[in-house]
Ligand binder design. Structure first.
Ligand code: HXC
Ligand code: NAP
Length: 315
């Protein structure tokens, strides 16, 4: 056996045979990581870290200065990417970029409103000039509040549609020429409310349903150049602006947790892990999918979501 393993007709020592045998084992990582930790793990034949490497890749996160989207930006920064975050507030984007740099990433913060196509275009071009073609595009800018439809002004409805739906369209359409083709991964941030009707959320439900359909249409149009387009639909995620607005009291928060089959709020990491996976080679055949990361909340469907987390008088 030792002679056969050598492949040269020469008998191997036991340690040489062991090394040859380990080298011949299937490698769980398609891209060979050269970091010291990976080398150590390879030597010991341990499984590689579950985080794929995005070393040197350019990740652009619209709405990336806080909450879920910043959590995604941070995960990519830790995985070695160059990260651009864009949102309205100049202070928030600068602070977010500093935080990303503290994680060891090259990072850029750009202020722009997704409702302004010219501003979005300028932001994308600035990011492209700095870090090159965009490998991963996250579109997650959103605005929301609780309001019964009968009390919602036309401008209130329009504002949320303009930010969430029209804003996502501007980001995706204007980024398209700057995406790396083939191989780019586009991820829209949706919500279970895109499928499950939720009271006092007519504006956000309509916007997220539009985002889900836009995800599918663009997956078809851009598939032929090798760009994958998917969406993540987060359930209730703890310590986010979204949940502070949708569940503003301890009772409403308890209702939110009770509505989740896994009986807990999601975390920023829960969502970031899905974004990393969707952008990795392991998801190379996944496109046009709207993936719930919600502890099973969406399984309950429209009937259980009829009730909002808050009572009528609080909406
Ligand atoms: C009723 C409201 C309202 C409220 C604003 N409006 N807040 N109507 N109830 N609580 C109305 C205003 O009266 C106005 O209409 C119109 O909306 C525009 O308001 P502005 O304040 O001028 O808008 P703007 O400054 O552009 O701010 C946008 C915003 C704001 C959405 C209103 O809250 C914002 O910037 N949010 C960003 C942060 C955020 O919301 N994060 C959470 C995302 S969570 P009139 O008629 O008076 O002119 C999320 C969860 C998804 O998306 C899960 C469920 C789908
Ligand atoms: P968040 O912290 O308020 O995130 C929203 C981000 O969008 C902020 O960075 C905000 O920054 C930016 N933004 C808002 N309006 C913008 C505009 N007009 N132009 C550019 N950027 C804009 O809220 P979050 O709860 O983490 O939500 C993040 C995403 O997850 C949203 O798409 C939301 O719908 C989705 N989601 C959240 C939950 C949840 O439980 N929190 C559940 C389902 C889905 P500026 O204020 O600086 O613009």
């Amino acid at each position: 056996v030792l002679t056969r393993l050598s492949g040269t007709g020469k008998k191997l020592s036991a340690s040489e045979a062991l090394v040859t045998f380990i080298k011949a084992l299937p490698h769980p990582q398609p891209e060979k990581c050269r970091g010291a930790r990976c080398k150590r793990r390879r030597r010991k034949n341990l499984p590689m870290s579950e985080t794929p490497s995005f070393a040197g890749r350019h990740v652009f996160v619209a709405g990336g200065s806080s909450g879920i989207n910043l959590g995604i930006a941070q995960a990519f920064a830790r995985a070695g990417a160059h990260v651009t975050v864009m949102s309205r507030s100049p202070d928030k984007v600068q602070q977010a970029a500093e935080g990303l740099r503290a994680l060891g990433a090259q990072a850029l913060g750009i202020s722009a409103d997704v409702r302004d196509p010219a501003a979005v275009d300028a932001a994308l071009r600035q990011a492209h000039a700095q870090f090159g073609e965009i490998d991963v595009l996250i579109s997650g800018a959103a605005g929301n509040f609780i309001a019964p439809a009968a009390d919602l002004s036309p401008n209130g409805f329009k504002t949320v549609i303009d930010i969430d739906l029209n804003g996502s369209f501007h980001v995706l359409r204007l980024a398209y020429p700057l995406l790396k083709k083939p191989g780019a991964s586009v991820i829209n941030i949706s919500a279970p409310q895109g499928v499950n009707p939720t009271m006092y959320q007519v504006h956000a439900c309509a916007a997220k349903a539009g985002i889900d359909m836009m995800t599918r249409v663009l997956a078809m149009e851009w598939g032929e150049v090798g760009v994958r387009v998917n969406a993540i639909a987060p359930g209730p995620i703890g310590d986010t602006e979204g949940m502070r607005r949708l569940a503003p009291t301890p009772e409403a928060l308890a209702n939110a947790v009770a509505s989740v089959p896994l009986q807990r709020m999601g975390t920023l990491e829960d969502i970031a892990h899905m974004a990393l996976f969707l952008s990795s080679p392991q998801a190379g055949y996944v496109t046009g999918a709207v993936i719930p990361v919600d502890g099973g909340s969406s399984l309950r469907g429209g009937r259980d979501m009829r009730a909002s987390y808050v009572p009528r008088e609080a909406a």
